[in-house]
Design a protein around this ligand. Structure first.
Ligand SMILES: Cc1cc2nc3c(=O)[nH]c(=O)nc-3n(C[C@H](O)[C@H](O)[C@H](O)COP(=O)(O)O)c2cc1C
Length: 199
């Protein structure tokens, strides 16, 4: 299985990176894993020009940055894992920028006057399983509701299938503490990936 894991944190040795590293180590045997550290790439904000909508079978964004290549990688993936620190109850701005650019994977055919969820649309990543992993300093409750809702909406729009939204609360800069706290959640994530592979 080709797995793409996306690190949405600018801290490549931070909490989210540590969690992704551990998961990748456990699932590496049966899988080809590609890590995308989002801050290694040049990804501009979406221009909202809708030029990508003129080509139906590929992303085709007119911007000459790294987004088109990364979006092609998503199309080729069997599973996509998003890892992000919680920033202001939401995605990191770097990951949000990349998620906005995914509009070029969604081709809106009918109903341009409607809400996105009601428009007739082809998604170039339809049916792909996706996982969200969030690390945060505070608790899960009264802190992560918005990002979980945003991810549900992303899955609806992209027609992807959520295998789960996993929150790792109370992350500190102390490696051993963060590892300790994330242990059970990481085990669950690995289990979910293995169950998906076996079914
Ligand atoms: C700009 C910014 C906003 C943050 N907002 C929140 C927040 O809303 N809730 C929270 O619990 N932690 C928040 N944090 C803490 C980070 O989510 C937390 O430390 C995370 O584990 C950092 O991950 P990283 O080491 O992978 O970058 C924020 C941190 C930053 C830098």
């Amino acid at each position: 299985m080709k797995i793409t894991s996306i690190l949405g944190s600018p801290r490549q040795k931070g909490n989210t990176a540590k969690v992704l590293n551990t998961i990748e180590r456990f699932i590496t045997n049966d899988n080809e894993i590609e890590r995308i550290n989002i801050t290694d790439y040049d990804i501009n904000g979406c221009l909202g020009c809708s030029k990508c909508q003129e080509v139906l079978d590929k992303p085709s964004c007119i911007q000459k940055d790294d987004a088109n290549n990364l979006l092609e990688k998503l199309i080729e993936s069997d599973l996509i894992i998003y890892g992000t620190p919680l920033y202001g109850h939401s995605y990191s701005s770097q990951l949000k920028t990349f998620l906005d650019r995914q509009v070029s994977l969604f081709k809106f055919i009918e109903g341009k006057d409607k809400a996105v969820s009601e428009m007739e649309m082809i998604s170039l990543i339809a049916g792909k399983p996706v996982i969200l992993i969030v690390t945060c300093q505070g608790p899960e409750e009264n802190n992560t509701e918005i990002i979980k809702l945003l991810f549900d909406k992303y899955c609806e729009t992209s027609k992807t299938i959520s295998l789960g939204k996993f929150i790792i609360p109370f992350c500190t800069d102390d490696i051993s503490e963060t590892k300790n706290k994330s242990h059970n959640v990481i085990k669950k994530i690995i289990q979910v990936i293995q169950d998906y592979q076996n079914n």
